[in-house]
Design a protein around this ligand. Sequence first.
Ligand code: FAD
Ligand code: NAP
Length: 519
Amino acid sequence: QVPLKPGRSLMDWIRLTKSGKDLTGLKGRLVEVTEDELSKHNKKEDCWICIRGFVYNVTPYMEYHPGGEDELMKAAGTDGTDLFDQVHRWVNYESMLKECLVGRMAVKPIGAPKELKAFAYINFLQQIPEDEIVVYLKTFVTLGVKYVLICPKKVYFFSLLYFLFYSYDWFQTDSSVTIVIYTKQKDMNAELVIVDCQDKRLRGEIIMDDHSYLVEVDLDHAVSEDVAVNISEKVGKVEIILNKKDNVHWKMLGQPWEGHDTFIKRTDRGLFYRKCKLVSKTEVTHDTKLFCLMLPKGTHLRVPTGQHVYLKQIIAGTEVVKPYTPVLPFLPLDFQEPPLHDGVHIYLMIKIYSHGLFTQALDHLQIGDCISVSNPEGNFKKSQVQTSEDLLLLAGGTGFTPMVKLLNFALTEVSCLRTVKLIFFNKTEDDILWRNQLEQLALKDERFEVQFILSQPSKDWVGKQGKISSSLLSEFVKRSRRNSKVLICICGPPPFTEQGVQYLKDLGYSQEEIHAFTA
Ligand code: FAD
Ligand code: NAP
């Protein structure tokens, strides 16, 4: 993120797009763009970018880009799909850039839908006699290869996995329909299965690392709102049980959606949202609130530790999306209990900025209003903690949010942990989130310690003060014994996180010992 000039906020951009100004320079005409033509528009004052086959004139957007002009220029005159997906595929560019649309690419762009790879492979296998397929598959599995080239076709390991491991089936009784997905994935659990059934649309996504398998259909007949999901962890079988509204015999499960029965990279699927109801809003500090959202009845979704979701609202006629990291309703003090999630509510701790576009709109939501919530994302893996002896958490402001579930997980489920320390940076005492609860937790669990550091303390503050720095970190970030296995997690304003990571490296911590939470 870079500081933007005054008058160049997202709201200013939305206003400009609504002003009726010709932002493409084509007077509303849409044109077909060749690669040659695209490549000519590669300057700041004339910059076109292709995203998923659509070409945008981003010249007027340059000064509004939160990541800065130079970042945008990296894709100037080219297909920026991959770059876009790496950095912020969650941003709803179709809506944000619709007034900048120049037209479509004349030929298929490089960043075309990647599902095609999986389809190509299945088609390819279908052309081979069955007995030969078995030979091919056996060879691949024996070799344990990740990427295989069979002349003349390329075969992708994951589409191979899909073929070998994923399939679904369905059956019915008079009153119910059961969809069974055989994942053959041993450690299947509720965090890896996301089911949504609203009206007649059923969507079931099974996650396997950075890939997922999807069943998505418009059901043949109506079903009631309540949906049951059974997971057989050992054999990796997932059952989705629907209750028929009418006692009729179904001829088919339903009409497939585009991504139905595919196993592809998760980042190649669009973000899926469901509408959640705001059930409560409570004050945490003078500017931060705890929002409790309720998932719809037909949704089964658990946000894993360290992951975030995206919220989507329509603000001034434009879809705006921002990430938030779910927390728990409170910090559990009794770690004997199983982790706190009822599977129905999502708690978000959100700071309301007086000039914040999204948080102001959020704050104006009334109890009972709905907001769109996406599937979870994030690259934190619980296994990073599971082998650690010391867990050090560095948080700045609302960068505390990922630490909440992490603390709960660490203190409840990780037996090898000897010390857990939170070093919490805030401006003033009034800004400290859940201070009481943290202090209580430190009293209750001797493995846990909390250190508050203020950058703008009042004169009464007797605790530590300062900003994140090498000397502060060397004072507080320590291994409990020489060579103990440590994990340091850091989250806060982007410059805080970037500087923190650098200081930690300067202090001798390795990349593997540091996890930075970012978008
Ligand atoms: P914006 O309109 O983006 O503005 C934010 C603040 O910056 C305002 O004070 C505004 O006046 C100021 N500002 C805006 N533009 C400029 C400018 N050009 N120059 C200087 N100042 C400017 N936040 C939480 O509260 N809780 C969470 O759990 C949480 N989780 C997150 C998880 C991830 C992965 C990430 C990346 C961020 C998370 N955030 C979280 C931050 C959140 O996504 C939003 O960025 C935040 O809520 C601000 O949104 P906004 O639209 O209200 O503010
Ligand atoms: P804040 O109150 O403005 O700042 C918290 C502390 O960080 C203060 O002590 C502040 O000191 C310090 N700080 C701010 N900018 C700094 C900088 N450039 N260098 C060093 N220290 C700095 O924070 P906030 O408003 O709550 O914002 C929290 C941030 O965390 C947001 O940017 C949000 O996007 C991010 N966040 C990210 C994730 C994630 O990626 N998963 C999750 C949650 C939140 P001074 O301002 O006094 O210098």
